[in-house]
Write a protein that binds this ligand. Sequence first.
Ligand code: DGY
Length: 318
Amino acid sequence: MPGKVLVTREIPEAGLGLLEGFDVTVLQERPPTRDELLEAVRGASGILATATEKMDGEVMDAAGDGLRVIANMAVGYDNIDVEAARERGVVVTNTPGVLDETTADVAFMLVLAAARRLGEGERLLRAGRWEWWGPKQLRGLDVWGKTLGIVGLGRIGRAVARRGKGFGMQILYHNRSRNEDAERELEARYLDLDDLLQESDFVSIHTPLTDETRHLISERELGLMRETAVLVNTSRGPVVDEGALAGALGEGRIFAAGLDVYEEEPKVHPKLLELENVVLAPHIGSATIETRDKMATLAAENLAAVLRGEQPRTPVGP
Ligand code: DGY
């Protein structure tokens, strides 16, 4: 059988089952430390990784010349140095297409929860401080009929926009390039980022993390948003400057935010933790039983295909 496979985390059985026949080592549930990773990859032909493991040239060299594939169990692959992999002839794969609707559900959940102050209300109730129904109590913002601005109209952004349409929202979007097919489907209007931020009631971020998108939403961009606006991020934490966001939320310069991703996961900016007007989820965008099974399956299929000398289903890049 062609080689040793390292699975960096405990993954659903659906994926592991596809690796029978390889010499598989599965690390533990928690992310490995850097030293554990460098030790564990030695001699691996294939690595099935998740977004929490940094896969750079050092890790690839620690694996050795026999390394042929890194299969990420995530659609985002900013944890992988794709150029270093290309230089070493290592194929990189990810898991697009199987988590779009599931992640869009979480983005829309955050839109609703932030607008309707769900976290704040639940904290009040659980603390035994909910004493009566009140006419002015916990008034949030309507979502239906408002304007939803999508930053990054890829598969997930489009799925969020469809949910918005279901709520009677007008859809605006900003993307690297215009998507006329999506414009027809969603009656969406393309705007540059500044105009989108100024015109949207809700802004949902769906860009990959790259050098261009790091801190795409920072002090200046937050300053363009409405005082009644809600910002949602389910993409990657560093796309939003957390310190600037905490300032804007704390001073009421925007109404609320819903976050599933953070700049230095699992750490969360301490000021955000103190604020009532931000809903904080622990990176659960794709975390359903069905979708994690599909992600594990696709990652394992990709890995096995490369080790068998076949084309993987979803390679990254050409
Ligand atoms: C993804 O697939 O990129 C999710 O964020 C999980 O890492």
